[in-house]
Write a protein that binds this ligand. Structure first.
Ligand code: F6R
Length: 612
């Protein structure tokens, strides 16, 4: 999705902003632009990659080294096609105000008409352009930059994260947030503003999280935050606990591959300090649940989107089986509009890697509005979901730059496992079982590493099937969501159509797809339904489908039914998704690379979906 970066300080703003934009590339975008300010505004915008913007700046042969103030943007088109014109920053008709905007202004058609009647000429198809004209109008009217911005914001309906420059106020950037995140970086003699910490962290790890409906007036060596009623708000400076090294590729060809390989370690980070041997349980203090809450809770509702929704489905299987609490799993986008039936005995848990997904955030707010205790599972410290939940767990997977989620997913699943054990131990899981599970979890990183060590074999399979047009992923029980996740990964990065299904459902429809051109991936571990899944494999075999089986180490029989077998170590069912998903991630990765796809930034996708 769109990204914002702004800089005011002593360095040449252009290079800081371009570097910042590159750090935001992973979020997904289709055009970019920059506005620089000294006594005049300089604006350059370009469709396509940031390299095109850089080339354009070089071609212009303008000396930009004297500009020490600027704002920049990566756009992910919502209103109007990706083009040079529609790219941000947008400049008001007077040429004095430049704005970058994340979010959607819902009442822009009405505002556009009003602005046209006041003599403003609208040049683009975007909703964002009107913000520049509106601010221009009120800054002229009130003869004050900050007042003009405040009054303009009152007129906007929708969501925004904005950063604004005014030619008449050359040493300032004003930024505001309503539904689209912003973070301020406070460096030595310089201040940055961005939609994402990764654009800032190279310069400073000292940050201020701008909250909803706040405005920040940034000057060369100071800043002041306000609420929308123009009341001053004093904010704490916090430290980010990761650095620029963490978001490098570290020698891997792609971020996605690096992140797949980081999973043995990221899982450990998720569990660190949270597993209790003696009592055979987990300790998740951030949930803020008291003993009486555990007796009160009769149903858990897990809400998420995309890959996070798959970790919620795994959570459902685990919590119901081990803790015996009924669980419902909801797509956030559906939950928010269905006037959900909630009672005081419900517990809502929203799951979001970014902590900023618009639908998930809206679902959280809807649940809170209905008086239910809402917990958040997020990866990003200080994210909106983390801040608005009544309690929660950070998944501590570390920054995930590849658009297709991998390590963030396994860390979410690990959190689901720890929540399951915590609830199960409050009810009827024995001390012995709890202790055994804790021990097994501690051995998981080595097992994940052993899966990663099979990458070479998985690559060979990927090369055989990289030209397939369709894939089917089948699993049963807790492996069904893993099948969904495997299919989603393949779709996202290789653009091959793939479907995930519960294996036994196949004969109710998808079986019609099976022929010799259809690779079918079965997750067929040796468990209580192993025999059933072997029958499903025979049904595919009989119709000529090609079978790739993810099977339990030592299962030689399965070779009779599958064309290829990828073995995973024997592990408790509760922990098994963390192993079975790894070969599926690798398979998608190698297929996408073989097809020449942009693995880290797949077309049309955004890392953090902050619009509906
Ligand atoms: C898939 C993927 C998306 C996200 C979804 C929710 O690889 O990354 O499906 O899982 O957009 O995002 P978060 O977890 O940030 O709420």
């Amino acid at each position: 999705m769109c990204g914002i970066v702004g800089y005011i300080g002593t360095k040449a703003a252009t290079s800081v902003l371009l570097k910042g934009l590159k750090r935001l590339e992973y979020r997904g975008y289709d055009s970019s632009g920059i506005a620089l300010l000294n006594s005049h505004l300089f604006v350059c915008k370009k469709k396509g990659k940031i390299a095109s913007l850089e080339n354009e700046l070089i071609d212009l042969k303008t000396d930009l080294s004297g500009y020490t103030v600027g704002i920049a943007h990566t756009r992910w088109a919502t209103h109007g096609e990706p083009s040079d014109l529609n790219a941000h920053p947008h400049v008001s008709s007077s040429g004095k105000i430049a704005v970058v905007h994340n979010g959607i202004i819902e009442n822009f058609p009405l505002l556009r008409e009003k602005l046209i009647s006041k003599g403003y000429s609208i040049k683009t198809q975007t909703d964002s352009e009107i913000i520049a004209h509106l601010i221009d109008y009120y800054v002229c009217k009130y003869e004050d930059f900050l007042t003009g911005v405040f009054v303009a914001l009152e007129k906007l309906e929708g969501t925004y994260g904005i950063a604004v420059l005014s030619e008449d106020y050359p040493d300032r950037i004003i930024a505001a947030r309503n539904g689209s995140p912003l973070i301020l970086g406070v460096g030595e003699g310089e201040i940055l503003i961005a939609s994402d910490a990764s654009a800032i962290v190279e310069y400073t790890r000292r940050v201020v999280y701008i909250d909803e409906r706040e405005v920040v007036d940034i000057q060369r060596d100071s800043y002041q935050t306000y609420d929308l009623l123009q009341k001053r708000v004093d904010k704490c400076v916090e430290d980010i606990d990761w650095d620029i090294e963490t978001i490098g590729k570290k020698g891997y060809d792609h971020f996605m591959l690096k992140e797949i390989y980081e999973q043995a370690e990221s899982i450990q980070n998720t569990c660190r300090g949270r597993l209790l041997h003696e009592t055979g349980t987990s300790r998740l203090d951030g949930l803020n649940l008291k003993n009486e809450d555990f007796t009160r809770i009769e149903r858990i509702i897990l809400i998420a989107c995309g890959t996070s929704w798959h970790s919620a489905l795994i959570g459902e299987y685990l919590i119901e089986e081990y803790a015996r609490i009924p669980v419902d799993v909801e797509y956030a986008s559906e939950f928010r509009y269905k006037n959900p039936i909630l009672t005081p005995s419900d517990l809502v848990i929203v799951i979001s890697q970014s902590g900023e997904t618009a639908d998930t955030l809206a679902a959280l707010r809807e649940a809170k509005q209905k008086g239910v205790h809402v917990l958040g599972v997020t990866n990003i410290v200080g994210s909106t979901i983390a801040r608005e939940s009544d309690g929660g767990v950070y998944s501590h997977a570390g920054p995930e730059i590849g658009v297709a989620s991998t390590k963030a997913f396994t860390s979410q699943v690990m959190v689901m496992i720890m929540i399951t054990i915590m609830f199960a131990r409050k009810y009827d899981m024995s001390l012995e079982t709890g202790q055994l599970l804790v021990e097994k979890i501690e051995k998981l990183p080595n097992l994940i590493q052993s899966m990663l060590d099979t990458a070479h074999d998985i690559k060979k399979i990927a090369l055989i099937y990289s030209n397939a047009s369709n894939f089917l992923y089948l699993g049963r029980g807790v492996q069904f969501p893993v099948a969904l996740e495997g299919a989603l990964k393949l779709k996202e990065i290789s653009y091959i159509h793939a479907e995930g299904y519960p294996a036994a459902e196949m004969k109710h429809g998808p079986i019609a797809l099976i022929d010799e051109n259809l690779p079918v991936i079965f997750i067929a571990l040796k468990d209580s339904i192993y025999g059933k899944i072997i029958s499903n494999m025979q049904e595919v075999r009989a119709r000529g489908g090609k079978i790739i089986a993810i099977a339990t180490e030592g299962d030689d029989l399965i070779r009779d039914y599958a064309d290829h077998v990828i073995y995973v170590p024997q592990v408790d069912r509760m922990l098994s998704p963390l192993l079975t998903v790894v070969p599926l991630q690798l398979l998608s990765y190698y297929i996408a690379v073989e097809r020449g796809c942009n693995v880290d930034q797949p077309r049309n996708l955004a890392k953090s979906v902050t619009v509906e």
